[in-house]
Design a protein around this ligand. Structure first.
Ligand SMILES: Cc1cc2nc3c(=O)[nH]c(=O)nc-3n(C[C@H](O)[C@H](O)[C@H](O)COP(=O)(O)O)c2cc1C
Length: 196
C-alpha cells in the first residue's frame, strides 16, 4: 500500500495526547497542506486561528463544554418529540462533556478554521482543508481529531481575544499533537455504493 493510502486507512480521531509541544515548523506544514485543498471556484475561503497556549486551550475547552451541554439540552427539548434521540443518549453525552477536557482533549495545538459567513460552499471547502491537515499530520508523526463542538467558541467570554471578525464563521477545529492512544478503527459501512 502506498503512503497516502496507508495514511487514509491509519488515521484515527485521537483524543489523548502527550504533553510534548509541537514546533511551529510542523504546524506550518499542516497549514500549508490545508491551503493545498481544492475549493469551490478556487476561492480558498479558509482562515486559520492557531492556539498553542495550553492554559488558554483548556479554558476555552471548559467553557465550550458548558455551552455545548446547554445547547444539547435546548435542542433535545424542542426536537425530542420528532427525533429518536433518547434521554439515555442525551444524558450520556452530557456526562461525557462534564468530565475533564472533552472538547480539545488536552491537545497542544488547536487550529480553528473559518470561512466567510456568506459562502455557499464554505462547509465543504473547510472539510476538504481539514482532511488535508489531518492526513499531513499523520505523515509527519502527529495525530489529530476534527472538533465540530469548536463552533461554540463564538459564545465564550474570551472569544474577542481570538480577533475573529464577525464576517467569518468558525466551521471546525482540528486539534493536533503527539497521540497517546491508538484507537481501534471504527467499522465502515460498505453497502452504500450504487453502480449504475
Ligand atoms: C465534522 C466533524 C465533526 C466532529 N466533531 C467532533 C467533536 O466535536 N468531538 C469529537 O470528539 N470528535 C468529533 N469528530 C470526530 C468523529 O467522531 C470521528 O471522526 C468518527 O467517530 C470516526 O472515527 P475516526 O475518525 O477515528 O475514523 C468529528 C468529525 C467530523 C468529521
Amino acid at each position: 500500500m502506498n503512503d497516502i493510502l496507508r495514511n487514509i486507512y491509519e488515521r484515527r480521531a485521537v483524543r489523548k495526547f502527550k504533553n510534548t509541544p509541537v514546533s511551529k515548523d510542523l504546524i506550518d506544514i499542516l497549514l500549508d497542506a490545508g491551503r493545498m485543498a481544492p475549493s469551490a471556484m478556487n476561492r480558498q475561503p479558509w482562515r486559520f486561528y492557531v492556539l498553542t497556549d495550553t492554559k488558554k486551550i483548556k479554558a476555552f475547552s471548559k467553557e465550550i463544554a458548558e455551552i455545548a451541554i446547554k445547547e444539547i439540552k435546548h435542542v433535545s427539548l424542542k426536537e425530542v418529540a420528532k427525533m429518536t434521540l433518547s434521554f439515555f443518549h442525551l444524558s450520556t453525552m452530557i456526562d461525557f462533556l462534564k468530565n475533564d477536557d472533552h472538547i480539545f482533549y488536552g491537545a497542544p495545538v488547536v487550529i480553528l478554521i473559518t470561512s466567510p459567513v456568506k459562502d455557499e460552499w464554505g462547509a465543504l471547502d473547510i472539510g476538504m482543508c481539514a482532511q488535508n491537515i489531518m492526513l499531513a499530520a499523520k505523515a509527519i508523526g502527529l495525530d489529530t481529531c476534527p472538533v465540530g463542538f469548536a463552533k461554540f467558541v463564538t459564545q465564550t467570554r474570551d472569544f474577542y481575544s481570538l480577533n475573529i471578525p464577525g464576517t467569518e464563521l468558525v466551521q471546525l477545529a482540528v486539534i493536533a499533537g503527539y497521540g497517546d492512544e491508538q484507537p481501534e478503527v471504527h467499522e465502515r459501512i460498505e453497502n452504500n455504493a450504487v453502480y449504475i
